[in-house]
Ligand binder design. Structure first.
Ligand SMILES: C[S@@+](CC[C@H](N)C(=O)[O-])C[C@H]1O[C@@H](n2cnc3c(N)ncnc32)[C@H](O)[C@@H]1O
Length: 451
């Protein structure tokens, strides 16, 4: 079906009929399949290009369609070696038929749920040199892994990750509360991993869009979203290697609860008149169930909610012993200031500003995405937001990348260079835009920015 969504030729009449039926009720599925494939190709282009990887293992290959991993990698490095792994015999037969004759690809019939068998497979050994970096692709496959099969076991973090330590803290305790804490850690780790992958992709795309010499293309790029920056900062907060495991359990619980609660609130806030009443009710019910499940997880781990003075509003999550207390309101701007102390205070977490200004400016200015905009004081706010996003990108690379076996130093360096380039551009623009404003006494630019 996936091949049929993508417009491929390697599918059966039954697949096409099923696709037709799905598209009738959910027409967006085709777009999401295409977006997924585009992500895979972007990731490979980045890994083969900027990161310089020359070998990949693609687990959950699917039927090869145009733009497979080895083809995309070959645009940069024709000799890139790729092992394709899938557990579907039909995919295996197709892949063998379509990819024969290449000395730089291998096709393996194996199951992600047995990662050791993949790593030790002779065909993998033939092509992959584990002393060199390997790009491991698990694209659109982890959702096939059930809760019991434990995706986090399969994608285990490297030694040195704070979570390895956490695992030791909560392991081997038979009492239900300790098991509840272990469950909580697993869930927050799972959510954080998804956040990480998402934010990483967005921020790297952003960093590339910004290029080396300026912020202009930024205005054609809407994926600089507040959610992504916030996710990066929240994740770094959760992953802080300096905190004890008990504090991470409570922080993880806060992150899970806040996101489930925010989802519920935003669904409740949707304009009901624009939705089918039944669908709207279902959305509210499923978000309520999710928030309740998180709440159950939290109380099962022996954590309690602290309340504001009114005794109703939940304001913090607490652990009795050892004593840990974390507010439910995560102030991202404050966190960012703490996590990035070298950033001037006007590095606001302003991607929301970017969004609104971007659309606002388009209206005012009449320009289209991709067209350059004149630098106005408002645009400078956008620049500050860009700098925030780049800082967040550096942060997530630095704090989080290592846990997944990345050596992010080269990217951090590049990220910082980009930040400086945007900074320089903004400073030049500030001088020309406010040339008529005397430098002293201190004039504050938009959002308190020192001009
Ligand atoms: C949606 S396709 C993704 C194809 C490709 N990775 C992409 O993103 O374009 C998912 C593929 O994962 C494979 N798959 C599902 N569970 C698997 C498992 N446990 N081990 C290996 N492959 C699996 C399916 O057979 C299918 O070919």
């Amino acid at each position: 079906m996936y091949d049929a969504y993508l417009g491929g030729k390697d599918n059966y009449a039954a697949d096409r009929e099923a696709v037709r039926q799905v598209l009738r009720v959910a027409p967006e599925v085709r777009d999401s399949a295409r977006a997924n494939r585009a992500f895979l190709q972007r990731a490979v282009r980045f890994l083969a290009g900027e990161a310089g990887l020359r070998q990949f293992i693609d687990i959950g290959t699917g039927i090869p369609t145009a733009g497979s991993v080895h083809q995309v990698a070959a645009e940069t490095a024709p000799a890139t070696r790729v092992v394709y792994v899938d557990n579907d015999p039909i995919v295996h037969v197709h892949a063998n038929a379509l990819l024969t004759g290449s000395g730089t690809t291998r096709i393996v019939l194996a199951d992600l749920r047995e990662p050791e068998a993949i790593l030790q497979h002779p065909k993998v050994g033939e092509l992959i040199d584990f002393r060199q970096p390997v790009g491991l692709l698990l694209v659109a496959i982890l959702h096939f892994i059930t809760e019991e099969e434990n995706a986090t076991r399969i994608v285990a973090p490297r030694p040195g990750c704070p979570w390895t330590q956490d695992g030791k803290t909560v392991a081997d305790h038979a009492d239900p509360q300790a098991q509840g804490r272990a469950r909580l850690l697993r869930c927050s780790r799972h959510q954080a991993m998804l956040t990480y992958v998402n934010a990483y992709d967005h921020l790297l795309t952003l960093a590339r869009v910004l290029g080396s010499d300026g912020a202009m293309p930024l205005f054609s790029h809407t994926s600089l979203s507040r959610a992504v920056c916030e996710a990066a900062v929240r994740f770094a907060w959760l992953m802080d290697p300096g905190i004890p495991s008990e504090e991470r359990i409570v922080r993880g619980a806060v992150a899970l609860f806040v996101s489930a609660d925010e989802r519920l609130k935003s669904v409740r806030g949707l304009p009901a008149e624009r939705f089918d009443r039944r669908v709207h009710r279902q959305m509210i019910e499923s978000c309520t169930a999710e928030r309740d499940a998180v709440q159950e997880l939290i109380t099962g781990a022996g954590l309690t909610f602290g309340h504001r003075q009114n005794g109703k509003t939940k304001s913090r999550l607490e652990l009795e012993s050892p004593k840990v207390s974390v507010p439910l309101k995560i102030n991202v701007t404050e966190l960012m200031a703490g996590l990035l102390p070298d950033s001037p205070s006007w590095y606001n977490i302003g991607s929301s500003v970017t969004h609104s200004l971007y659309w606002g400016l388009r209206d005012v200015d009449g320009s289209r995405p991709g067209e350059p905009l004149a630098l106005t004081p408002n645009v400078l706010d956008v620049g500050a937001a860009a700098e925030s996003a780049i800082s967040a990108s550096g942060l997530i690379l630095d704090r989080c990348g290592r846990c997944y076996g990345h050596d992010p130093s080269a990217h951090i360096k590049r990220t910082m260079e980009r930040r400086e380039a945007v900074d320089a551009l903004m400073r030049r623009a500030t001088r020309s835009t406010w040339a008529h404003i005397p430098a002293e006494p201190q004039h504050r630019g938009p959002r308190g920015r020192q001009s």
